[in-house]
Design a protein around this ligand. Sequence first.
Ligand SMILES: [Zn+2]
Length: 441
Amino acid sequence: MTSYPRTHLKAAIVLAVFLTVIITALPTKEGAKTARVPVSLSIDPVTEPTSLPYEDPVTKLEAMQWTSVMIRSGDNLSIIFSRLGLKASDLQAIVNVGIDVSVLKRIVAGKTLGLQISNEGELLGLRYEINALERLQVTRTGNTFSAYLDILESEVITAFQTARISTDSPSLYHAGKKAGLSDNIIMKLSYIFQWDISFALDMRKGDQFAVIYEEIYVEGEKVKEGDILAAQFQNMGKAYSAVLFQDDNGLKSYYTPEGRRLRKTFLRDPVHFSHVSSNFNLRRLHPIHKRVMPHRGIDYAAKKGTPVVAAGDGKVTLARQNNASGKYVVIQHGRQYTTKYLHLSSFARAVGPGKSVRQGQTIGYVGSTGWATAPHLHFEFLVDGIHRNPRTVKLPNANPILASNMKRFKTSTAPMLMQLSSIVGNTGFARIPLKIPRTGS
Ligand SMILES: [Zn+2]
């Protein structure tokens, strides 16, 4: 990784402004792959706006020759070069730079590619925004190219937010949005607590949460969020707390304040952001058969095509179809546990009998095959061959208390847990004691 000279950075900012202002309209006609369209016809050259901030002849000259190209679905560098009439030998010379430009093999549709092209149509440079903080820059020197990575200086700020489940905001998603949290943070929060709380089943009016997370700023502007550092979720009168900790192997995970990992062997819900349409009930009146038939599972209503994930690590024993269950998958988890997923619209690729699956891996998609009135997942959880209520069954803990890391865990998480405790205390949370480990013991 190389650093980026300050002057270049300044120039780059001016250019970035240009590139966002000028959205290049490329010809929409397909089959442009073979037509070698002159650059001047296919794309708008970047022109100088009437009032240019930081008037600088070098910047102006550079800016005149840079063009931004919107990457289309199905594009790769070769297609783009061909579309713009750029030399295949230049593309080869860029590829020859090696590992440093390997990110260009995976350019993402919707992002822009910056290209610096001389008046003679020769490629002088290329820029690609890898993410909000990193940009790949490729520059010509004679007949070869060199690559370097621009890393924008960023600042990490710790932010916090609290929210409450109410009649107006009945779900984690609604409450989080109302509190101004991004989809990203809401999703991360749901993943942290997914082993203990069913966000599809268990949300109650008055439930509340507090979350401490990182916000990443570049040049005074928020570009994205980082990790959630700590959170507490009060659900149905019980408080669940989580704190982020990096163990001796460099692995970051969430732990309870006592040092137990939150991750468990089974997820509560195999479909994210769905709602329960029918609970586990051994005396249910069946909607199709109109008679009392036990409902030995939980139904999650969700749109057709919503991914269904494996509740735990295991081995697929069945992936087939019958009249009643439609397309269904059965997974064996060790000797004791079995989970079943019914009415799928389709199976995920690589899911078949004998295949191993990981917890959270997509195994199929919600549908309404078999006896189903609307798209939903019917999920069953069996312990020693007996159907149990997935909502109330006691799930085994995956990870015991970490022993070797305990001292460092207590010292390093104490300040964050103290902060969490203070946020919870200051915002009218119900006072559910949160155990703060003592430091330096
Ligand atoms: Zn069902």
